[in-house]
Design a protein around this ligand. Structure first.
Ligand code: ZN
Length: 244
């Protein structure tokens, strides 16, 4: 009964009042400013983690116990397994949730409606928002350094193996997309380049039968290139390669 009363009292407070009350409880006396700042960040992440857990609990409760439409053929599919656990990592840390597994007899394929609602990949452990950040770091530097920078920036402990898996999964998904569709997605809403710069180079490679020249072509938009000076060669933000 005491817990119920506390819950009722807290729920009657505004979000601003709750945040103000929380701020009053931060221990700062005798603590170095840098540590205070780090602690505030950590507490913020803990709250985000609880909020995301609550979000998941709500979605779990909303799951149908009946049939769900197959994402491919729209046939209503029954539940085959209830409450199968999955762990995911988001910007706020790790979360475990349970979802129902449905099976479509027409397609002979199973699916998890809640996974689709959360827009999760079939395989893998990270949310879309976290995946973007992991990719951003892991394509530009070695995995170990990327893991260190992610820990510093977001307070998240990620393994080099996780970074490798995410990068390989996103890479293979990108390659499997039809080239034309990928090109259209990349160029949508972009103005036509006023000038393109094309550079080529080649080198001789020893294949099985005889030496052959491998060609590499790089194409870049002028508006994606910052000119260099006598001492620097400039910076290119975006370019495309073709090799043969
Ligand atoms: Zn189906």
């Amino acid at each position: 009964m005491l817990a119920w009363n506390l819950e009722k009292d807290l729920s009657s407070l505004s979000t601003e009042a709750l945040i103000a009350e929380l701020a009053k409880r931060q221990q700062t006396v005798g603590v170095r400013p840098a540590v205070v700042e780090e602690n505030f960040q950590k507490q913020g992440r803990n709250i985000e983690n609880l909020r995301y857990d609550n979000y998941l609990r709500g979605l779990e409760a909303e799951q149908t116990s009946g049939e769900a439409p197959c994402p491919v053929c729209k046939t209503m599919a029954k539940i085959r397994v209830k409450n199968r656990a999955r762990t995911i990592y988001t910007l706020s840390g790790g979360h475990k949730f349970r979802r129902h597994y449905h099976y479509c007899g027409s397609c002979e394929k199973g699916f998890y409606p809640l996974d689709r609602k959360l827009e999760l990949r079939e395989k893998g452990e990270v949310s879309e928002a976290l995946e973007k950040r992991l990719i951003d770091f892991s394509v530009n530097e070695p995995y170990a350094e990327a893991a260190e920078r992610i820990a510093l920036r977001y307070g998240l402990e990620v393994s080099t193996n996780l970074l490798r898996c995410v990068r390989e999964r996103v890479g293979s998904d990108t390659v499997s997309v039809a080239g034309v569709a990928l090109h259209e997605e990349l160029v949508t809403n972009r103005p036509v380049a006023q000038r393109l710069s094309v550079q080529t180079d080649g080198c001789m490679l020893p294949p099985l039968d005889r030496w052959k020249e491998a060609k590499l072509v790089v194409v870049l938009r002028e508006d994606c290139h910052l000119r260099g000076s006598k001492s620097s060669k400039g910076t290119t933000m975006e370019m495309r390669y073709a090799a043969r």
